[in-house]
Structures are given as structure tokens and as C-alpha cells.
Ligand binder design. Sequence first.
Ligand code: OOG
Ligand code: NI
Length: 460
Amino acid sequence: ITRAGATSADAIRTLFSTAMSEMYRTEVPAYQTLVELVEEVNAAVLAADPVERHRLEAAGGLARITEERHGAIRLGTANELSTMRRLFAVMGMYPVGYYDLSEAGVPVHSTAFRPVDGEALSRNPFRVFTSLLRLDLIADADLRREAEQVLAGRNIFTPGCLALIEKAETEGGLDEEDADRFVAEALETFRWHSRANVPLDLYNRLHDAHRLIADVVSFKGPHINHLTPRTLDIDAVQRMMPEKGIAPKAVVEGPPTRRCPILLRQTSFKALSEPVDFRDGDGGGWRSGVHTARFGEIEQRGIALTPKGRALYDTLLQDSRRLVAPAADGSNAGQYMAALREVFAPFPDSWDEIRRDGLGYFTYSLTEAGRSNPPAPGTDLETSIGRGLVRFDPVVYEDFLPVSAAGIFQSNLGDDAQQDFTASPNQQRFEADLGAPVLNPFDLYAEIERTSIAACVAAK
Ligand code: OOG
Ligand code: NI
């Protein structure tokens, strides 16, 4: 339901991701360095591989290859989460998936706000991994109450932003001028604040309970904590980070390097210690300290797996981590990557096999021959493929991976921050706080596949 004259949600999302990118590069110079490295590596890959260059060009232009594909924030209250849902909806981003990070020692649960239909994804897939702090996992009841009080007293959205969210909801969109204002107002929520919202003493107690609690509770807003451009060779960027003076996390998360990439591989540089001013008692003065939260990440995506493919991935990942658990200091990174490669050998590495075994999602389309000589109605899909009338292409994975996300969290919480919580997923509670159910990613991929098949069969 888009009003005439309205700026499309996709266009607002692009305005937003571009503005976020500019803001973050200025705020975090090491991130700018990472982006330059990614540009360098991507250019080298494309120069060495004209076929890939051609394919990417055909798939929507090379200019945007290095653009940011996601970012992340951490919220403190149900009200913040549900308002954030409405904010992202203005940009055509909806909550997909539920991630329980308690299992990995991080007291949050999360979803990803992202575009859902194929066309919106191809215009701009920008997503925001959004976590909600779980104070219920904090043992110290007094500290929990103090944290709740601080959170209850803050308002992370500007009045202008709230008004424009409402306007977009009631009028079914925003015109160009309002869209620009909306992006500028929304940006305020994601900005860094070098002045903390709490005294140093409270910060320290929150930090001792868990660094993440301090990160969420101590500031005026949920600063964007990283952005993530796309790289065409994640292993090369990982290798080259130290040459550029940035410290990579120990290992690349996700599946090993493969001919046919599956799911998502990601790595980051370690979060930076940044100067912060804390309130000095009640006197109105300030005391200087530091806070470590912000980093830069890169990602490389592959095919979306079916539940069967995903189960195989999860099993192999678990097997490989039982063999070699990656050490935070990177001392066994080589052994870890070798074990990963070896354990993943049984996962088929050709598109034909992945499809035949029902491990991944594909889109189907008529070939040149298929368009000039469409398959007769009722022709079996496999027969049409065999005759060269229909082709298939992998559907890109658009979501996140809990074990990988935990690895990204951990490497940015300091190597000594390992902490245990009892695994306690609570999707119902999350959805109640969100004010809506999260969408099931498998349903979305299956729908994209189904629609493409229907279009092939219906073509005359
Ligand atoms: C989010 C970490 C997870 C990813 O790409 O898996 C994440 C955070 O640190 O807030 O962004
Ligand atoms: Ni990330």
C-alpha cells in the first residue's frame, strides 16, 4: 500500500544504509581502512576472473559490490525493540529468524530486520542484526534493578523520528522530503555518544556482570557497533588485515572455503578501545575512561540451505569444533581451518549434487532455448532441465548463523570475557517484546523457489 508520490521503502533503505556508511567511516577510521582493503581485494578478484566479473555485472552492476550488507545494534527494552520494528518497517525491513545467544555465553536474543521479497533484496539487501539484552539472565537482583531504571529513563528515538514513523504508518509511506528527514532523524538513534549515561562506578559494576550489559545500559542510544561490506575473497582480506594495521579476529566464522559457497562466511577486526566520559557522582562533572564495543566486519554469502542441508551443516560444524575448538588468540587458527575443511568434505560441492540431494534452494528460469521453445504445459521440471529449456541458480542466504554470531560477539568482548549462561531460548518472550512474530527464513526461501518454478511452468 504505497501512496502515489511516496518514496519507495527500498529507496529509503538505500538512503539509510548510505548515510550509516558515511557516518560510521567518519566515526571509526579503522573501519574506513577495512573498506579500502575490501575494495582493493574485490578489484583484484574481478581483474583476475573476467567470468565472475561478467556474471556480477549482469546480476546488477559492479559499482555496488563493496557496499555494506549489514550492521548490528543491541537494545535494552521491549519498548525500544517494538519501536525499532516500526522504524525498520518504514524501510521495508522485517524481522526474520530468532537467534538465542545465551547458549554461547552472551545474554541477548536477536532477530535480523531485512527485506524479504526477491526484488527488494536485489535492490538493496541491507539488514540489521538486532539484539535485545536479557536482564533476566543477570543473577544480581540489585544490579538488574539499577540497569532497568537507567534503561527506563532513556529515550533512544528523536521526537521527529517517532512522528515520521507514525506518518508513514498512517499515510502508507513518506514523500521525498519526509524520507530525507526520516533518515536524518533515524541516524541520531545509531550515532556514537562519547559521554556515558551513567557514573563510572555503575559502568564498572555492569561491566563486571557482562561487558555487553555495560554496552547496552551505559549510553544514550544503541550505537551501531559494526557495519559489514561484502568481499569477494574473505580469506584474502583476513590474511591482509594485519598489513593494514588492523587486528583480525582469530578465524573466519562459518563453512570452509569451497567451490560452491554455502550460507555465510564472516570475520571482523577486534573491537577498539575508545575514550568515553563518565558522570562523576552527582556533581555534574565528568571522568574519563574507555569503552570497547565498535568494530568492522566483512561477509561473503553462498547458497541458502534447506532444513536438510542446514542440519548437515550444523552436524559437520559441531564435529569439526569437537576436533579443534578455535582459540581466541588465534594460536590454532591453521589447525582449526584444516579440521573444518576435512570434516566438511562430505558436504557435496557441486550445484548439481546440492540440488539433487535437496540441500539448497534454487531459482528456476527459462533458458534462451526455453524462451523460444517453451516446455509444453505439464512438462516435468526435471525433463525441461534435461532438455536445456530451464536453468537453475542458487538462492543467496540472506540470514545469519548463531554459532558465527556468537563467535563475532565473543571476539569483540575481549578474550577473557567467556562466561556461561544456561541455554534458555525464549522466542515467545522475544516476539511479545517485539510486538510481532518473526518470519521463518526457510518459508521465505521456499517461497522464492516456488514462485520461480511457477513462472517457468506458466510461461507460454
Ligand atoms: C552482533 C554480532 C552478530 C553477525 O554478523 O553475526 C553479527 C553484535 O555484536 O551486536 O553481527
Ligand atoms: Ni555482523
